[in-house]
Design a protein. Structure first.
Length: 299
């Protein structure tokens, strides 16, 4: 049974976009995924995104995606929301992934803006609506023009919010002005998708975050959220500033790479990367250690 949700917090508040652990020979590490999921929930996450970009979705097969959803739901599905990435730049393929995620037990879907194709806003509207119509699961949009090449315009977000199963947006647009208007006019549950902007987005109406650094600082992220919700702006700001070295260090290069390196430094399941992603160099690893230590992460 899925954990309790409300219209205001349909997928919880503190979510981590989970890496997909692989074995040394590059195969899906199901046991490692279950152990990592349990660790992340124990650390303070009340939701996990699987099969997202941080989960190396471009290089995992459809069968692996379904297997991963089943494994994570089995491990933590009774105490955390398990949201499955189902978005691609092929609408028909996205519908297939959405249905398979529902069959595997996912509690919700993450649908990224179709990338590379650069569809017009009407194409985005039809694409996301088709995904929402494909299953009975609630949908979180994922607006990340830096990767997709196309933003979801505020007017399109407002149109999409009329769909009963489109309930949230993961905002990685990096524009607090647009976010403010979209939050005010759409009524969607708003999640920060940019760790450096977690606190600023909370200040304009976001209800939580989908984090990458949640792999290593979930307790601090939850403490910042709770301070903000309680009105303790000073404490929330102090936590935000303490975490700045972590936000910086985890994105000096591609986030999956640094996440897996950080998890390995902590003795947690992560494993290898699939090409074209490559491991940190020894020099980059030393810099990551310095960044994490400066942000209070114990290795």
């Amino acid at each position: 049974m899925a954990p309790t949700s409300t219209p205001q917090t349909p997928f919880g508040r503190v979510l981590t976009a989970m890496v997909t652990p692989f074995t040394a020979d590059g195969a899906l590490d199901v046991d490692g995924a279950q152990r990592l999921a349990a660790h992340l929930v124990d650390a303070g996450n009340d939701g996990l995104i699987v099969n997202g970009t941080t989960g190396e979705s471009p290089t995992t097969s459809d069968a692996e995606k379904s297997q991963l959803v089943r494994a994570v739901v089995e491990a933590v599905g009774d105490r955390a929301h398990v949201v499955a990435g189902a978005g691609t730049n092929d609408t028909a393929h996205s519908l297939k992934l959405a249905r398979e995620a529902e069959h595997a037990g996912a509690h919700g879907l993450l649908a990224v803006t179709p990338y590379y194709s650069k569809p017009p806003q009407e194409g985005l509207y039809r694409h996301f609506t088709a995904i929402a119509d494909a299953t009975e699961l609630p949908v979180m949009l994922y607006d990340i023009p830096g990767r997709s090449g196309v933003p979801i315009n505020t007017e399109t977000i407002v149109r999409l919010a009329e769909h009963p199963r489109i309930v949230a947006n993961k905002d990685a647009k990096g524009d607090l002005g647009r976010a403010s208007w979209a939050i005010a006019t759409s009524g969607l549950a708003w999640y920060s998708g940019d760790d450096m902007l977690n606190l600023p987005l909370l200040s304009v109406g976001a209800i939580g975050y989908v984090s990458v650094v949640g792999h290593v600082v979930a307790p601090e992220l939850r403490a910042m959220l709770e301070a903000h919700l309680s009105g303790d702006v000073v404490k929330a700001t102090e936590i935000h500033q303490k975490l700045l070295p972590v936000f910086t260090g985890m994105f000096r290069t591609q986030g999956v790479i640094t996440c897996k390196a950080a998890l390995a430094l902590q003795g947690l399941p992560a494993g290898s990367l699939r090409m074209p992603l490559v491991e940190l160099s020894p020099e980059e690893t030393e810099q990551l250690k310095l960044d994490l230590a400066a942000g209070g992460v114990h290795l």
